[in-house]
Design a protein around this ligand. Structure first.
Ligand SMILES: Cc1cc2nc3c(=O)[nH]c(=O)nc-3n(C[C@H](O)[C@H](O)[C@H](O)COP(=O)(O)OP(=O)(O)OC[C@H]3O[C@@H](n4cnc5c(N)ncnc54)[C@H](O)[C@@H]3O)c2cc1C
Length: 391
């Protein structure tokens, strides 16, 4: 089988890698001219690390990724509301989540995959499927043919919007800034929650910190780089000392701004020989740090299903049975966490802080474990799926 993939983001690259490792031909089409060079950081929880282990990337990750061993919530004055050791989040000892520069992750995936697998500078414009395969029309006038097509083309997926009417992204109600500071951070991920404003930071390397900030705002507001940095310094000037220091230690030009959008959970991702993956299927708010982690889980499971079933339609049904409920559940949980984190009402924020203070670390771990301590179950034998057993 030859599989066509639209999009060389984390989801598309991991899928191509997983397919090629299973001996299945995969070709990726990416509209950007080359590999991602810019960008900020990304946290990868243990569920994603386990999936990447199945792709043979553990050693390479060790070189680029920075583990952190503590996760904490704080008040704007710096008081700790609740914290937990991230080491104890999984049954496997000594596996902690990591932070990594997005460009490093892209390069690492491309190197493992082989650059021949990706056709850069190639925008896909339309497709046509029939009983035997899928024709993909490219903007440069060429076309490609495969037995199956995967849309890993992100939150604004052209494939999804043409397959599923009304699946356009919705605005989450807040906007986000991200940056990398020359700042020595403890080996931890720390979130500070105010009223309608949040700040998060995590160690990225010995001397660098990845951070993000969010604020309730209508979409479409932005400023030039210097005004953006100045605005953030003003917004956080009364927050605990570390936060203004981190913003100050960030180059203004490198601060990225993005309004936060998400998808409503979809009931299906596949139509015939076409399916969706990653943000194209379940773009979620970044509150749980799970968007890319879920895309990586998708990739491993989808490749297993394609390897297991001779017909793409059967493979995609099995993929949905194994992935859809979990990804949609995490999408909803992430949305809820963001809504609570962005509360502005001082009474509600007071209650929220009290609840966080009263949350023992064990309860925090219990809430996180099903999401981040997850290990992809190995494929169900073909016979049991065909006999209709619930997965
Ligand atoms: C502020 C913020 C912070 C985040 N932090 C985290 C985090 O810490 N941890 C985490 O796990 N997730 C995080 N996420 C989510 C994560 O970034 C996404 O879930 C992930 O990048 C999705 O990967 P993807 O490959 O599905 O899509 P994308 O990364 O969007 O890739 C899609 C690719 O498809 C290409 N493309 C689109 N249309 C076409 C076309 N027609 N033809 C050819 N190519 C096309 C695009 O150019 C792009 O390269 C965060 C998101 C945000 C917004």
């Amino acid at each position: 089988m030859k599989v066509l993939i639209i999009g060389a983001g984390i989801g598309g690259l991991c899928t191509a890698l997983a397919l090629r490792r299973a001996g299945i031909e995969a070709q990726v089409f990416e509209r950007a001219e080359g590999a991602q060079e810019a960008g900020t950081g990304l946290t990868l929880w243990t569920n994603a690390l386990r999936a990447l282990e199945q792709l043979g990337l553990t050693e390479a990750l060790r070189e680029f990724a920075m583990p952190y061993t503590r996760a904490a919530f704080q008040t704007p004055h710096g008081a700790v509301l609740t914290e937990t050791s991230t080491l104890s989040l999984t049954q496997a000892p000594c596996v902690s989540p990591v932070a990594i520069h997005r460009a490093d992750l892209h390069h690492l995936l491309l190197n493992a995959l082989g650059r021949d697998a990706v056709q850069f500078g190639t925008r896909c414009v339309t497709y046509q499927q029939n009983q035997r395969g899928v024709h993909l029309q490219l903007e440069n006038g060429e076309s490609a043919y495969g037995e199956a097509l995967i849309g890993a083309d992100g939150i604004h997926s052209m494939l999804r919007t043409s397959l599923f009417a009304g699946s356009e992204p919705r605005f989450a109600g807040y906007t986000a800034w991200r940056g990398i500071a020359r700042f020595r951070h403890p080996h931890a991920a720390i979130e500070t929650w105010g009223r309608g404003i949040r700040f998060g930071s995590v160690v990225l390397s010995q001397d660098h910190t990845y951070w993000f900030a969010t604020r309730n705002e209508s979409p479409g507001h932005d400023a030039d780089a210097v005004t953006r940095k100045q605005g953030l310094l003003t917004l956080f000037h009364q927050w605990h000392q570390q936060i203004p220091e981190i913003i100050e230690a960030t180059e203004a030009q490198s601060i990225l701004h993005k309004d936060i959008y998400e998808l409503k959970p979809l009931p299906h991702w596949s139509v015939g020989r076409i399916t969706l993956l990653g943000d194209a299927a379940h773009a979620m708010t970044p509150n749980l740090g799970q968007g890319a982690c879920q895309a990586i889980e998708d990739a491993v499971v989808l490749a297993e299903c394609i390897a297991q079933y001779p017909q793409p339609e059967d493979a995609f049904q099995a993929y949905e049975r194994r992935r859809l409920a979990r990804a949609n559940r995490i999408l909803r949980q992430s949305r809820l966490l963001g809504q609570i984190g962005q509360w502005e009402n001082s009474f509600l924020c007071g209650l929220r802080d009290l609840a966080l203070r009263a949350t023992p670390p064990i309860l925090l771990r219990k809430q996180l474990e099903p999401i981040v301590g997850y290990k992809i179950p190995s494929a169900i034998p073909v016979g049991s799926v065909r006999s209709g057993r619930q997965l």
